[in-house]
Design a protein around this ligand. Structure first.
Ligand code: GLP
Length: 264
């Protein structure tokens, strides 16, 4: 597990973009796992800039998003489809037919739909690089506390905390989603590499539990401790509650010196 500490959100975004761009350049047919939320916005902005300025080419890439709210059409301004279109897909050349986001409009047969999403990931060769944010309650994707650490893509009821967080951005109370379709923790753990981004003091407690706490379904991000190639890329505020910051800096220095390919 690599913990990379950065000064602020902009540095986190630039470093994340460097890593994703490196993955795209070294394997043009890369399969990316993508996340929504305010955290990866800077990453998407940086990638779009690299696409424009340096012709970073997504034409052979494939993407799978982590999740989508149940009941929201792709055109809904709060849907993750809309988010991805606005903030990333409209800015780069990732072909439409290779972008995948769970369909929030399905009604019934959820298990069959989710099994097909899992199958599509497998058919694409599995996810090479999974981008993650982290919820204030330590969730990844929408794997709310007590999600099975072996869970697969499925319909998931949202926690009260997540519903409250969302309430602020939905104009109409009746529209606030209660459920989502999300990749499972087991699905995420099968990605070849995981990059979790976090910024801001509001994430400090969740980040500390994920990195230094026990592995528990109460904090789904703590399951990443079992992943052989995970990087936590976090700013000073999000790192606030970590007790071993000096050690993480030492590990990073040694990694730069001895195994720099791990940072590429
Ligand atoms: C939602 C998403 C997560 C995301 C989290 C944090 O719950 N399902 O994937 O990591 O929000 O969002 P933000 O980055 O806006 O803090």
């Amino acid at each position: 597990m690599l913990v990379v500490l950065k000064k602020d959100y902009d540095e986190v975004s630039r470093e994340a973009a460097r890593i994703v761009a490196g993955a795209v350049r070294s394997k043009p047919s890369v399969v990316l796992g993508l996340a929504t939320g305010s955290t990866p916005l800077g990453l998407y902005r940086e990638l779009a800039a690299l696409h424009r300025a340096e012709a970073l080419d997504f034409s052979q890439a494939t993407s799978f998003n982590l999740d989508e709210y149940l009941g929201l059409a792709p055109s809904h301004p709060q849907s993750f489809h809309h988010f991805m279109e606005q903030n990333f897909f409209s800015q780069v050349n990732l072909p439409r037919h290779r972008r995948h986001i769970p369909d929030g409009t399905i009604q019934g047969d959820y298990d069959a739909y989710c099994a097909r999403y899992e199958q599509a990931i497998k058919s694409a060769g599995g996810i090479d690089l999974q981008i993650l944010g982290i919820g204030r309650n330590g969730h990844i994707g929408f794997n709310e506390p007590t999600s099975s650490l072996a869970s697969r893509t499925r319909l998931k009821a949202l926690s009260r905390e997540t519903i409250e967080d969302n309430r602020q951005v939905f104009a109409d109370e009746g529209e606030v989603p209660r459920c989502a379709i999300t990749m499972g923790i087991g699905t995420i753990l099968e990605s070849r590499r995981v990059l979790l981004l976090a910024a801001g003091r509001s994430k400090a407690a969740a980040v500390a539990k994920a990195i230094e706490g026990p592995i528990t379904s109460s904090v789904s991000a703590s399951a990443l401790q079992m992943h052989p190639d995970v990087t936590f890329l976090i700013d000073e505020e999000a790192a606030y509650s970590l007790t071993q910051r000096d050690y993480y800096r030492h590990v990073l220095e040694m990694t730069r010196l001895l195994t720099p390919e791990r940072l590429s």
